[in-house]
Write a protein of this length. Structure first.
Length: 264
C-alpha cells in the first residue's frame, strides 16, 4: 500500500530562485515508522521532515531552491551498544539511538519534477541493520536520488567517482592494518605505530591526492554545467583547499565567482 503525503513548504530565501512542485518517491524495506529529514547542503538548513508510514512512499513538495540536498532516513534501534547506553543514560533528552542512512542529490524542479530514491541492491531490514552497526559497514550501502534531469545525472556521476575512491581507501587501509598487525606480532612497534598514524586519518595521502586530481578533471570537463559551482563550494572550505582547486576557480565566470563569495 502506498502512503502519499501532501507537503507544502513556502521557504523564503534572499537572492534565491525557487521552483516547484516536485515529487519524491521510493521504497525502503524497513518496518515503519521511518523518519525522513532533508537538508539544503549550501546553508545546512533542515527544509523538510516527516514520518513515512509504509514501505512505499510518495511525497509532493513545493518551492525549494535548486541545489544540492542531503536526505537522511532513520528508524529506531532495538540494539544499543554498552557505550551508547551509558551516554544516553546521562543525556536522555537525546532520545533512543537510531539507524541512519543518507545520500545527497541535485534538485531543480524546473529541470525535472520527479525524483526517485533507489538502492544498488534489494536490502532487507536485517541486512541493513547489520551493515549499519558494523564499522564502516554503512558505506557499502549505496542509495541515490535520481531523475531525468541532466544536472542530477552529472551530480550522481560525481558521487560514483567519490564512492570509487572511498572503496579504494577502505581496501588499502585494510591491507595496511594487516601489515601493522604483522609488525606488532614481530615486536616492530615503531613500524606498527607509524602505520597506525596513517590509518588514524580519514584518507590515505596517496588516495586523497588521486581523488583530488580526478575531481579537478571532472569539474574542468564540466565547468559550464550548473551543478559544478555547488560541488566546488562543498569541496573548498579553507585557504589550503582553495589553492588546491584554484585552477577550477579561475575557469568560473565572474558571475559564478560573485555567487561563491556570497555563499561563503
Amino acid at each position: 500500500m502506498k502512503y502519499s503525503l501532501l507537503l507544502s513548504f513556502f521557504l523564503m530565501f534572499t537572492r534565491c530562485e525557487t521552483s516547484g512542485p516536485w515529487n519524491l518517491s521510493g521504497e525502503v524495506n524497513v518496518s515503519p515508522p521511518i523518519y525522513m529529514d532533508l537538508f539544503q547542503v549550501k546553508t545546512g538548513r533542515k527544509v523538510l521532515y516527516d514520518t513515512i508510514k509504509s514501505l512505499n512512499f510518495a511525497l509532493r513538495v513545493e518551492n525549494f531552491e535548486k541545489g544540492i540536498y542531503q536526505i537522511i532516513l532513520s528508524w529506531d534501534r532495538d540494539i544499543v551498544r554498552p557505550q551508547e547506553m551509558e551516554r544516553f543514560a546521562r543525556q536522555p533528552e537525546l532520545g533512543t539511538p537510531k539507524y541512519y542512512m543518507s545520500t545527497t542529490f541535485w534538485l531543480d524542479s524546473k529541470e525535472s519534477n520527479n525524483y526517485k530514491l533507489l538502492f544498488d541492491s534489494v536490502y532487507h531490514q536485517e541486512q541493513l541493520q547489520e551493515l549499519l552497526l558494523a564499522k564502516n559497514g554503512g558505506e557499502s550501502i549505496k542509495m541515490a536520488v535520481v531523475s531525468d534531469g541532466e544536472n542530477n545525472k552529472l551530480y550522481n556521476e560525481y558521487l560514483t567517482l567519490l564512492d570509487y575512491y572511498k572503496a579504494k581507501n577502505r581496501q588499502q587501509k585494510d591491507s595496511l592494518r594487516q601489515v601493522a598487525t604483522h609488525f606488532n606480532d614481530l615486536k616492530l612497534f615503531k613500524d606498527s605505530a607509524r602505520l597506525n598514524a596513517f590509518l588514524a586519518k580519514d584518507w590515505l595521502v596517496n588516495v586523497k591526492a588521486a581523488l583530488l586530481q580526478e575531481e579537478i578533471i571532472f569539474m574542468k570537463n564540466n565547468i559550464n554545467r550548473e551543478v559544478i559551482p555547488h560541488i566546488y563550494h562543498i569541496l573548498v572550505n579553507t585557504k589550503d583547499e582553495f589553492e588546491q582547486y584554484r585552477d577550477v576557480y579561475n575557469l568560473f565566470p565572474i558571475s559564478v565567482k560573485r555567487d561563491l563569495a556570497v555563499w561563503n
